[in-house]
Design a protein. Sequence first.
Length: 356
Amino acid sequence: MKHNFNAGPSILPKEVFEEASRAIVDFNNTGLSILEIGHRTPLFEAVMDEAVSLVKELMKLSPDKEVLFLHGGASTQFFQVPMNFLSQEKKAAYLDCGVWGTKAIKEAKLFGQVHVVGSSSDKNYTYIPHGYDVPNDAAYFHYTTNNTIEGTQMHSIPQCNVPLIADMSSDILSRDLDFNQFDFIYAGAQKNIGAAGVNLVVVDKDFLLKANQHLPSMMDYRVHVANGSMLNTPPVFAIYVCLLTLRWLKKLGGIPAIEKLNKQKASLLYTTLEKSSLFHLPVHQEDRSLMNAVFTMTDASLEKDFLLLCKREGMIGIEGHRNVGGFRVSMYNAMPMSSVEALTELINEFINKYSS
Ligand SMILES: *Cc1c(COP(=O)(O)O)cnc(C)c1O
């Protein structure tokens, strides 16, 4: 028995793996593999249409929003967003809350002026900055909803008077938000939606009117909208895995149901860790992520023992990111409560062993 706490690519529902594997051999009883059918066929068009409409339904998107499935990871969006919406005469506002936000800022600087409105780099990104101002003349404001590496999460939507853009790669579809408040949302699929290789993009139709002219077609969101995410061959299988995960989420009760579960999982883990001074939780309590819990050992020499214990019990992927050290437990949508319970049992065992 394995408990997969990987940060990404990460756990997906077992039934998604099973159905995806069946489709590789025989897709929908066609006698053909999902990997060998043309993308411009009714067979695949139905996959794309259902995936798009499930995203709209689950996120309760207004008719003003377009849903795209685009190539590349979220890192492609780091430059594609400013390529479309920033230029040398314009400035964009960014919030710097961690490694991914920093990378987005670096790419944006290639296309125009970047104004970093707030940063938590002074304390190793262990909190979410407050009290910053987003200038009214910014082309947009960009932030990361969940900082996958540092284990912080923004629990409310920041208010500003400019178009709002969010990298939701690691908490998309995990909690109820008013997604219609955003002008642009992007998320690499491999954490909460599906297989690596595809991005989910939600863009406001009016915001698209502000896009720059003369872009390469593959980089131009308007062209992708006009072509229904099929400008060229889309990542067919990755999109199919997204569809299966979206169906699974709908069956479960949608975003409110998964949010409830995600809160229970995170709460169990955090309260267990808080019980003992053996563990140190660096992130400010109110900014803790429901998806990625980060902790270290007060006595670093015990970390090896803890890892060995985890290995013995089939716990995968809990070593912290190389930038942060310690441990990181990722509890995405598909992570069952039973795996978090197994981990907390192990933590309790560890506490009993060492806190005498
Ligand atoms: C994983 C991640 C990325 C990078 O995704 P890629 O698909 O590897 O480019 C960007 N932002 C956030 C918040 C992430 O968690």
